[in-house]
Design a protein around this ligand. Structure first.
Ligand SMILES: *Cc1c(COP(=O)(O)O)cnc(C)c1O
Length: 267
């Protein structure tokens, strides 16, 4: 795979400045993971950052086929995060085909959890699963619809999210409930100040932890993107997912949607 040195140094420079901004916003020095969201960007961009002097290993992708392709051609040391909207019928193939899939951040139904469980179990039993760390399980985040917008995916806060979290912990031995994720409404972030979606996710985490009789610190919060990751960290995020501020703007939404539909093969 060919790497363009000028592009590589540009990428390393933007990654470094995001890492610095993350550290600066994190005044309490909690562990905060930076996921570089590489959807619709070439595999060579990712490789540039994996091979950097201070390498990046956590990358986020939104489309199953695009991720499968990249996972095949890029190093196994990468920890892939699937962060996109997930169809139930894609869950098993996703979990089964990528040994270095590190987490799925967008579970919002029991059915999807069950299909991921099946896929991960099959992976662990098969040839590819030899060096998969079986004890750890595939990390999953339950996506919560904190904004109440119908267009946003995610489970409703309250009983539904508690039930889903319980199901994952009790019925899915190959999955590990890592925490909760929200996308949130961009408009609220852009208004400045505290973001209501982030407040809602913190509250939801606390009430789920109580219902499950575990410490709140056992559930991570994945919240914050390019536009609002600093605010998200100030409000308690453990994981930010930053794309365009590292890789530059993506193709416009319509053409990327068209692309994803072609990739997902549903036309
Ligand atoms: C695309 C995407 C991101 C990254 O968005 P940017 O605004 O480019 O940082 C983060 N999270 C999810 C779920 C995404 O789909």
């Amino acid at each position: 795979m060919r790497i363009n040195p000028a592009r590589a140094s540009e990428l390393v420079e933007s990654l470094t400045s995001i890492r610095n901004a993350v550290a600066k916003a994190n005044s309490k020095n909690r562990p905060v993971r930076l996921v570089a969201v590489s959807k619709l960007k070439p595999a060579s961009d990712i490789l540039s950052l994996v091979q950097a002097k201070d390498p990046q290993f956590h990358f986020g992708e939104n489309y199953v086929q695009e991720l499968q392709h990249k996972a095949e051609v890029l190093p196994r040391s990468i920890r892939w995060h699937f962060i996109g909207g997930l169809q139930t019928n894609k869950c098993k193939p996703l979990a089964e085909s990528i040994p270095n899939l590190w987490c799925v951040a967008s579970i919002d139904t029991v059915k999807k959890a069950d299909q991921l469980e099946k896929g991960r179990a099959a992976l662990c039993e098969g040839e590819q699963g030899k060096d998969v760390q079986k004890e750890e399980g595939l990390n999953v985040y339950v996506q919560v619809n904190t904004s109440g917008e119908e267009s946003k995916s995610g489970v409703e806060p309250g009983d539904a999210s508690v039930d889903l979290c319980k199901h994952i912990r009790e019925k899915c031995p190959h999955l590990k409930l890592a925490g909760l994720m929200t996308i949130g409404a961009i408009a609220r972030s852009q208004a400045g100040g505290e973001n209501e979606d982030f407040i809602a996710l913190v509250k939801e985490r606390d009430s789920i932890a109580k219902a499950l009789a575990i410490e709140a610190s056992e559930l991570e919060l994945s919240m914050g993107m390019s536009a609002d990751f600093e605010e998200a960290i100030r409000q308690g995020s453990n994981e930010v997912r930053v794309g365009s501020q590292i890789f530059g703007a993506r193709p416009p939404k319509q053409s990327s949607e068209a692309k994803s539909q072609v990739e997902e093969g549903k036309k």
